[in-house]
Design a binder for this molecule. Structure first.
Ligand code: RNT
Ligand code: ZN
Length: 426
């Protein structure tokens, strides 16, 4: 799209928004400070870089066999570089522990050290990228029966406790090395396929494991932890140990012992299909300092489809805007589609998330709140409907232009060029 067209549409948008009292440039300034953490695992269908397999399990599943998948850390980083060059704004990468680069060393996940992630840290430093981190409690022989931190077998439970402890230490080292706080997310697949007789037993074990893990303290400028709940997974349909209620209670329990920084993670695919993530934000914000949201698109189940700026994503971002809490909510994408060009999948999902954020920042919220406070619900509804189609896209295009990244779907040209020159040769 040529810049003249972009600027013309932008100027018209500025006027339209001004009519509702919205300052477009102020919204753009806010936008520049909001980062969305790009999940590394879209790059290779959650395969990981460990020599020993990795991959998904525990109810998560990536489908598709599109060609050009990266075969090592350097190729994955090259693909991430390409993707990030197509995204405006601050850069943040979400790593999983299975992206350790062991370089032939025989070391299991409970023994991982910061040096196994040194190439990532160096890359992040030289590209001015912030890092986030995740323990990988799946895709491993010790996770074969879908019980990790809640496994009654003490040897297995200890292995995973030690893994998550190792990961937290590495996360703290990453945060220190980069001078940027790392969000460390803990998700375990633990659950049962069929009716479970002693749910309390597994939940007690999970609580005890987390207590042990979190008893080690790190400065919060280096690392903050989050715990991610889920409603069910494939193969664990009947019982999920780390349910939403479990983690709501768990975070409150940590607060009682003075840990005010542990966050809840809300993954958009981890609730019943008609439940709204947006509705949960204000309740959680009242009782927690910060939250982590995994932006995803469930289709019939927690399928982790590529994010588009659909109603649930827009509603979430509007809620964050209406509660003025973009500085209290970490946003991270979480999807994996191996059936289309993986760089396009990343780019579509990240740009859609950004568009929804910007659209929300531009919402003339005061008009809605005023109508509501006056009891004028017809006006509230009419304006909400009107505001859904304000020209946010014209503002996003200008944002891309200013940041020197392709405007509109022009990024596809670059992706196809890269596919031909790089992906096709793998
Ligand atoms: C699984 C969770 C979790 C994972 C990643 C790979 O249902 O959403 O966040 O997708 O950690
Ligand atoms: Zn998630």
């Amino acid at each position: 799209m040529d810049s003249k067209t972009v600027l013309k549409a932008f100027e018209a948008a500025v006027e339209t928004y001004a009519a509702y009292g919205v300052d477009v440039n102020a919204a753009l300034e806010k936008m520049k400070k909001i980062d969305v953490s790009v999940h590394c695992w879209q790059g290779d269908d959650v395969k990981g870089l460990e020599d020993s397999g990795g991959g998904t399990s525990g109810g998560i599943l990536s489908t598709g066999s599109f060609g050009g998948k990266p075969r090592n850390g350097d190729e994955l980083r090259a693909d991430i570089d390409k993707t990030m060059s197509l995204l405006p704004g601050l850069k943040r990468l979400n790593l999983h522990a299975c992206y350790a680069e062991l370089n032939g060393e025989k070391v299991d996940r409970d023994q991982y050290e910061t040096r196994h992630f040194q190439q990532w840290i160096d890359w992040a430093k030289s590209n001015d990228v912030a890092l986030d981190f995740n323990a990988t409690c799946f895709g491993h022989p010790m996770a074969a029966d879908n019980l990790t931190l809640s496994n009654p077998d003490e040897k297995i439970r200890r292995f995973w406790i030690n893994h998550v402890k190792a990961v937290r230490k590495i996360a703290a080292d990453m945060g220190k090395a980069l001078g940027k706080t790392v969000v460390n997310n803990i998700w375990v697949p633990d659950g049962m396929k069929d009716l479970t007789a002693d749910r309390l037993r597994y939940r007690t074990l999970l609580r005890d494991s987390l207590d042990d893990i979190l008893s080690v303290k790190y400065p919060t400028e280096y690392v903050v932890d989050a715990v991610e709940s889920k409603v069910f997974g494939i193969g664990v349909e009947s019982f999920t140990v780390g349910s939403h209620e479990f983690y709501m209670g768990y975070v409150a329990h940590q607060q009682l012992v003075g840990n005010m920084d542990l966050m809840q993670t809300l993954d958009m695919g981890h609730f019943h299909p008609t439940e709204s993530i947006a509705d949960k934000v204000s309740s959680l914000l009242l009782f927690n300092k910060k939250l982590l949201v995994h932006v995803s698109r469930p289709v019939r189940w927690d399928s982790d489809h590529v994010v588009i700026s659909d109603e649930s994503v827009q509603e979430l971002m509007r809620e964050i805007k209406r509660t003025d809490s973009f500085d209290r909510i970490f946003l991270a994408t979480d999807f994996f589609d191996g059936s289309i060009n993986r760089i396009a999948a990343w780019t579509v999902g990240l740009r859609a998330t950004q568009k929804a954020i910007l659209g929300a920042l531009l919402e003339p919220t005061e008009h809605l709140k005023k109508a509501e406070a006056a009891g004028d619900f017809a006006t509230r509804l009419a304006l909400m409907e009107e505001f859904r189609n304000l020209p946010a896209m014209a503002v996003y295009n200008k944002y891309c232009l200013d940041q020197g990244v392709p405007v509109g779907s022009d990024y596809l040209t670059e992706i196809y060029e890269y596919s031909e020159n790089v992906l096709a040769k793998r």
